[in-house]
Design a protein around this ligand. Structure first.
Ligand code: MOS
Length: 700
C-alpha cells in the first residue's frame, strides 16, 4: 500500500489558476511569445506521393523583396542524426508522402513568405505509390510490438475449438477511418539559433506547442549535434494536443534548419490547419475482426480480436488497438493480433487514448451483438464476464469498479426505459434507442521526472518541474497536490512549469501527467520536510526524483468507466441525434472535480464526434486527405452535442499513486463511440459496424 497524502486542497473544484490570463489574452501561446526581430517561415510541400525532386527553381522567390532565405534539400544544413526518417527533414531529394516538406521560405512577414512559396517551381520524378489499406495486401506484416511496448500478438487456450462448441457466437468485422487530432492551437514553433555568446557555443531556444519540453530537447539536441544543455524549450501554455504534440514532428526540425540561416533572428512557424492533416500525425484506420463465443448463460468462452491497420513506409507506428481486449473480460480462450500495412502515407501517431479508442468500438459493439443474440441485457452480459483478476497478467486489480459504474449509470440514465426489442420505441418521426459500453485505460506514469521545492523570503514554496499544461489543468492540480503534500494553503505555493530550465519531466501523454508529476512533487515535499522541517529557513531547497512504485508491479492498475448514450434516428432521413450521454467513471480520487469533469465530457464529446462525424478522406490517386479543413472534416459542434454528463465514484486507489488517483485524460473517449453505435442499433434494429455512422447507412 502506498502512503497516500491527506486531501485538503485535493478534491476541491479550484478554478484554473491561469484562467484569467487566458481569457484576457495575457497567457502566451508559442506563436505569441514576444521575440525581437522575428522572421516567418512558410513550408514548401511535395505535390507527389512518392518519388524524387529533380529540380527546384527558387529564383523568383529569392528575388522577392522581404525574402531572407529559401531552404531546400540543396542548401539545408546537414543534420547530425537522420535515423528517424520523419525528422530527417531536407536531407535528400526523396519524397515519401504527399505534403512532405521539400523546403521553406523565410521572410520578413508571413504574407511574403507564403507568397514567395507559391513562386517556387518544382519538378519531380514520380514513382508508383500505395496509400490504400487492405486486409489482404501482400505488404501486411506483423510488427515487433505495438505502442508503447506491448506484444503484437497474444494467444491463450484454443479459441477455434471454443468457438466451434460455443452456444452463441459473434464473428463480425468493424472498421474505423483515418482520423486527425485537430487541437485548437496549431503546431507552432518559434526557433532561435544563437551563436552570439562569444564562447563558440550554439544555443537553441524553442517556444514550442508541445506535450513535453524535455522530450523535445532530448529528441532534437542529437539531431542538431547539440549538447542538450544548450537547448532550451519553453511551453507555459498549450492549446490542446491529444497526442499530436507528444513528440516533435518535422515542422520543429524545419524551423530549426531555417533558424540557422537568419543570423540569430528568431523564426516563427505555425502550421496551417490544412498542413496539420499531413504533418502532425493521425490515427490509423482499422479493420477489426472480433469473434466472441459464449455458453447459453452468456459466460464468454472465447474472445478473439484481430486488427489490420496502417503505418508509414518510412517509420513504424503500431496502434495497440486490441490491447484493451486482453484485459477487459474473462474467458479461458483468448487471442489478439495486430498487422500493419506499410503505405506511402504520413506517419501515424498518438491520438487520444490510442488503442483503446478504436479497439473499444470493435469489442464493445461485438459485446452488444452477443447480448442481442442471447437475449440478455448488455449490462448483465458485461457484469457476468467481469474478471476477478487481470486475465492477461493474473495480477489482482488495484481497484476495478466497472460493475458499479454500469449499475450506477443504469439507474441515473433510466436504462429500464430502453426499447426491447430494438426498433420498438418511437417518438413522432424519430426512433429512440439506448446504448451502453465499457471503458478502460491503463495507469501509465513511471519514473523520469524530478521536482525542486524551495522556500523563499516571502513565505512561499516554489515548486519547479518541467511539466506541461495542455489546457487540461496541470497548473491547478499540481498546485493542489503540492499544497497538500507540503501541508500548506494553496496560496503559499508558487508553481513553475513548462520550461527545460526546470527539473526534467516526462511527457504529458497516456493520461500519465498527474500521476508522474504529482508523485514526484509529493516525493520532493516529503524530502523537503525531512530536511528542513515545518519551519524552514528562507532559501531552503530540495530536489527529488520520482521514486519507483512497487505496487505497480503487484497490481493491474487501470481506470474504468461505463458510457451511456441515447440516440434518435429519423425514420425518413436517417438523421441521427444524440440528445443524452452519461459517463460514470472509476478513476480513484479526483484531484479537481472542475477540471476532471472538463476532461471527461471533452473526451465523451470527442467520442460522439468519432461516432457520427470524423473521417479523413484519403484520396488514393493523389495521396492526400481531401477534406483537410474544418469545413469538410466535421468535428461535433454545439448543435451536434446534447446533454453530456459525467459523474464518478467516490473512491481512492491506494495502489495507484500517493494521491490515490488514476488517469482521467483519455478514458472519456473510450467506449463513447460504441455506446452511440449501440444506441442507434437499439433505436433502429440496424447494426452499423463502420464509423462514422452517417444517415445514408440507415437508408435503403
Ligand atoms: Mo495521449 S494520445 O497519449 O497524448
Amino acid at each position: 500500500m502506498t502512503d497516500t497524502i491527506s486531501p485538503r486542497a485535493i478534491g476541491t473544484p479550484m478554478p484554473r489558476l491561469e484562467g484569467r490570463a487566458k481569457v484576457t489574452g495575457a497567457a502566451p501561446y508559442a506563436f505569441e511569445q514576444p521575440v525581437d526581430n522575428p522572421t516567418y517561415l512558410h513550408p514548401l510541400q511535395a505535390a507527389v506521393v512518392r518519388g524524387r525532386v529533380t529540380s527546384i527553381d527558387t529564383s523568383a522567390a529569392e528575388a522577392l523583396a522581404g525574402v531572407l532565405a529559401v531552404l531546400t534539400h540543396k542548401n539545408a544544413p546537414k543534420l547530425a542524426r537522420t535515423n528517424d526518417a520523419e525528422l530527417a527533414v531536407l536531407q535528400s531529394a526523396d519524397v515519401y508522402f504527399r505534403g512532405q516538406f521539400i523546403g521553406g521560405v523565410v521572410a520578413e512577414t508571413s504574407e511574403i513568405a507564403r507568397h514567395a512559396a507559391g513562386l517556387v517551381r518544382v519538378e519531380y520524378d514520380e514513382q508508383a505509390h500505395d496509400t490504400q489499406m487492405r486486409a489482404d495486401s501482400d505488404n501486411v506484416y506483423e510488427p515487433d510490438k505495438v505502442n508503447p511496448t506491448f506484444p503484437a500478438d497474444t494467444d491463450e487456450g484454443d479459441v477455434d475449438a471454443a468457438l466451434a462448441s460455443a452456444a452463441a457466437t459473434v464473428d463480425q468485422t468493424y472498421t474505423t477511418p483515418m482520423e486527425h487530432n485537430n487541437p485548437m492551437e496549431p503546431h507552432t514553433t518559434v526557433a532561435r539559433w544563437d551563436n552570439s555568446a562569444g564562447d563558440g557555443e550554439t544555443r537553441l531556444l524553442l517556444y514550442d506547442s508541445t506535450q513535453g519540453v524535455h522530450s523535445v530537447r532530448t529528441t532534437l539536441a542529437p539531431i542538431f549535434g547539440l549538447d542538450p544543455e544548450r537547448v532550451r524549450v519553453v511551453a507555459p501554455h498549450v492549446g490542446g494536443a491529444f497526442g499530436s504534440k507528444g513528440r516533435p514532428h518535422a515542422h520543429n526540425v524545419l524551423a530549426v534548419l531555417a533558424a540557422q540561416l537568419t543570423s540569430g533572428r528568431p523564426v516563427k512557424l505555425a502550421l496551417t490547419r490544412q498542413q496539420m492533416f499531413c504533418l502532425a500525425g493521425h490515427r490509423t484506420p482499422t479493420i477489426q475482426r472480433v469473434r466472441l463465443g459464449s455458453g447459453p448463460d452468456g459466460h464468454l468462452t472465447a474472445i478473439a480480436h484481430d486488427v489490420v491497420e496502417h503505418t508509414s513506409r518510412i517509420k513504424e507506428f503500431a496502434e495497440q488497438t486490441a490491447v484493451m481486449t486482453r484485459m477487459m473480460y474473462a474467458a479461458p480462450n483468448r487471442r489478439t493480433s495486430h498487422r500493419l500495412a506499410a503505405l506511402d502515407v504520413p506517419v501515424p501517431s498518438w491520438m487520444r487514448a490510442p488503442g483503446e479508442t478504436p479497439g473499444s468500438f470493435g469489442l464493445e459493439v461485438a459485446m452488444d451483438e452477443l447480448a442481442v443474440d442471447l437475449d440478455l441485457d448488455p449490462i448483465a452480459l458485461r457484469v457476468r464476464n467481469d474478471p476477478e483478476t487481470d486475465p492477461e497478467s493474473g495480477k489482482p486489480w488495484s481497484s476495478r469498479h466497472l460493475v458499479e459504474c454500469l449499475r450506477d449509470g443504469a439507474r441515473r440514465f433510466g436504462w429500464e426505459q430502453r426499447s426491447r426489442p430494438a426498433g420498438g420505441r418511437r417518438k413522432g418521426d424519430w426512433l429512440v434507442g439506448f446504448g451502453v459500453a465499457s471503458a478502460t485505460y491503463p495507469a501509465y506514469g513511471g519514473p523520469g521526472s524530478a521536482a525542486r521545492i524551495g522556500y523563499d523570503d516571502r513565505g512561499r514554496y516554489t515548486v519547479r518541474i518541467g511539466a506541461v499544461d495542455l489546457g487540461t489543468g496541470a497548473w491547478t492540480v499540481l498546485t493542489q497536490i503540492a499544497a497538500d503534500a507540503l501541508d500548506c494553503p494553496v496560496e503559499d505555493v508558487a508553481l513553475e512549469i513548462g520550461d527545460t530550465d526546470l527539473p526534467k519531466a516526462t511527457v504529458a501523454g497516456g493520461s500519465s501527467g498527474t500521476t508522474a508529476w504529482g508523485s514526484t512533487i509529493v516525493a520532493a515535499a516529503r524530502a523537503f520536510r525531512d530536511q528542513h522541517g515545518d519551519q524552514p529557513a528562507p532559501g531552503a531547497e530540495v530536489q527529488a526524483e520520482m521514486p519507483a512504485h512497487p505496487d505497480k508491479e503487484k497490481f493491474a492498475v487501470h481506470s474504468f468507466g461505463a458510457q451511456f448514450a441515447e440516440a434518435r434516428v429519423h425514420v425518413d432521413t436517417g438523421e441521427i441525434r444524440v440528445p443524452r450521454m452519461l459517463g460514470v467513471f472509476s478513476v480513484g480520487r479526483v484531484i479537481n472535480p472542475r477540471t476532471a469533469r472538463s476532461q471527461f465530457i471533452g473526451g465523451m464529446t470527442m467520442g460522439l464526434s468519432m461516432a457520427l462525424h470524423e473521417r479523413s478522406v484519403l484520396d488514393h490517386q493523389t495521396g492526400h486527405v481531401v477534406n483537410h479543413d474544418f469545413a469538410e472534416y466535421h468535428i461535433a459542434a454545439h448543435a451536434d452535442v446534447g446533454d453530456v454528463d459525467a459523474v464518478w465514484l467516490d473512491e481512492e486507489d491506494p495502489h495507484a499513486n500517493p494521491m490515490g488517483s488514476k488517469g482521467i485524460g483519455e478514458i472519456g473517449i473510450v467506449g463513447a463511440a460504441a455506446a452511440v453505435a449501440n444506441a442507434t442499433y437499439n433505436a433502429t434494429g440496424v447494426r452499423i459496424r463502420d464509423l462514422p455512422i452517417t444517415p445514408d447507412k440507415f437508408l435503403g
